[in-house]
Design a protein around this ligand. Structure first.
Ligand SMILES: Nc1ncnc2c1ncn2[C@@H]1O[C@H](COP(=O)(O)OP(=O)(O)OP(=O)(O)O)[C@@H](O)[C@H]1O
Length: 274
């Protein structure tokens, strides 16, 4: 399959699936350095989208732009059907409440316990009694597979894998429709990373969560991502399933998905030894 044969960008998929995130012709630059040039992308409800690209191509810049943290020069970003530029403050807040974010670094506030970290979004957006917030925090911990006694611990007392889970629990605090995960498995050993991937897939299956995952982790791309978008040349170079990616001849995509490491993972996945 060549690039042109991969599914084109649309607002709604052929099966009628709604676009939860719709990025249209977004241009972002710093000074005279253009990072994204008329980039378009859709993420559909209930899918796990893996977003990849060489280092420095602008994956974090796009994520920050979508979240409204980095200004764009032109283009539109619609989240959950709301054009963020045209939205009122109240509409923006309604959207903010329905998305969760797990940043690669600085995932948790170090001076707060895990429970207090999970309660940060609840305090920001909801007016709930303390006992209910405590109960909800324990439910979120259970959801991400952490024991109840993790609630009173500080991030420094947790392993890397537990920190990621606790940060995910915080991202899920308000039962979001979509979560943005920036390199969620970086720094985890392969078993911890595989367990985290399984957790993300389980949450998608049970909660109908939509997942936008920036990742370099080939294991994640092969095992849990429904669709992959590749960033290159300041735009989404191509998008499709992992099978589509395996057929692409573009040099970076080819070496990424069909290099030695990728071949080992693909073989493991096919033989069930992953
Ligand atoms: N605030 C900023 N001011 C100026 N340049 C920036 C700023 N933020 C990012 N950049 C530049 O934008 C480019 C893309 O950076 P970005 O962090 O998005 O890359 P990335 O694809 O996420 O890389 P990696 O995979 O290594 O994390 C880089 O050249 C970076 O130096």
């Amino acid at each position: 399959m060549i690039e042109a044969e991969i599914q084109p960008l649309k607002g709604t998929r052929a099966d009628g699936q709604e676009s939860v995130l719709s990025v249209r012709d977004v241009t972002v630059g710093f000074g005279d350095k253009l990072i994204l040039d008329k980039l378009s992308l859709d993420v559909y409800r209930g899918e796990i989208l893996g977003f990849v690209g060489a280092s420095g191509t602008g994956k974090s810049v796009l994520l920050r732009t979508v979240l409204g943290l980095t200004p764009k020069r032109s283009g539109t970003v619609s989240l959950l059907g709301t054009d963020l530029d045209a939205a009122t403050d109240d509409e923006k807040m309604q959207v903010d409440m329905r998305l969760g974010v797990l940043f690669q670094h600085g995932a948790l506030f170090s001076a707060l316990t895990v429970k207090e970290n999970i309660q940060v979004p609840m305090r920001e957006y909801l007016d709930l009694p303390r006992s209910l917030m405590d109960e909800l925090s324990l439910l979120k911990l259970e959801l991400v597979g952490l024991p109840r006694d993790a609630a009173g611990k500080f991030p420094s007392e947790l392993s890397g894998g537990m920190i990621k889970r606790a940060a995910l629990a915080r991202a899920l605090a308000l039962d979001p429709d979509i979560v943005f995960l920036d390199e969620p498995t970086s720094g985890l050993d392969p078993i911890g990373a595989a367990e985290f991937d399984e957790l993300v897939a389980k949450l998608r299956d049970t909660m109908g969560l939509t997942v936008y995952m920036v990742t370099h982790d080939l294991d994640s791309l092969f095992s849990v991502c429904d669709r992959i978008a590749v960033l290159g040349q300041k735009r989404v170079l191509m998008e499709g399933t992992i099978e589509d990616m395996m057929k692409v001849e573009e040099p970076w995509v080819k070496s990424y998905f069909r290099g030695k490491r990728a071949r080992q993972i693909d073989l493991s996945a096919r033989t069930g030894t992953l």
